[in-house]
Write a protein that binds this ligand. Sequence first.
Ligand code: GLU
Length: 224
Amino acid sequence: MKFGVVVFPGSNCDRDVAYVTKNLMGQPTRMVWHQDTELSDLDVVIIPGGFSYGDYLRCGAIAQFSPVMQQVIEHAQKGKPVLGICNGFQVLTEAGLLPGALARNQDLHFICDRVPVKVERTDLSWTQNYQTGEIITLPIAHGEGRFYADEKTLSEIEDNGQVLFRYEGDNPNGSLNNIAGICNSKGNVLGMMPHPERASDSMLGNSDGLKLFQGLLEKVTALV
Ligand SMILES: N[C@@H](CCC(=O)O)C(=O)O
């Protein structure tokens, strides 16, 4: 399975993601510069964390206009997997591939921590290797991670079962309904604020995030 990792000016988790897909999972992985407009060789597109365009205006607000994004949208429209981690999640909401928005954390501080996260749904490839209701620990590092959606959108997200990950216990950033990660209605686009790639190598003391990437290898057809 071939992975593509999108790189914007200011991305800083691109190599961490590639380390997981290439070194830990042994899958072909291509770094995709944001001006690249050819993604047809890829099975999975990952938009990594970081500070694309210096987080000017709003996180992800400028990256959505990069040339690569039109191809990312087409990739998603074909039902192929797209994962946005942290800044990648912000880019996906800005691009309209996921509902809602990520606003500044409620205390207006950048948060860097490890937090318990509950896996809500396990019938999609992304989460099939977890148990429903399992509490995992994942790193977070963001200034704009407070998930927000208007009332109607929020109830649609909940009613459709689009919440895959929820903060357990303390809500670190004020996200509505403790939302940490959502998918689109088809299930093939996932955005999450926690960083699974930073919790994938047991050498770092936590590999709770690895199962998410491994899930993609085993049953991609279950995504749609
Ligand atoms: N720059 C973004 C995300 C950071 C990241 O992706 O790690 C923020 O502060 O909200």
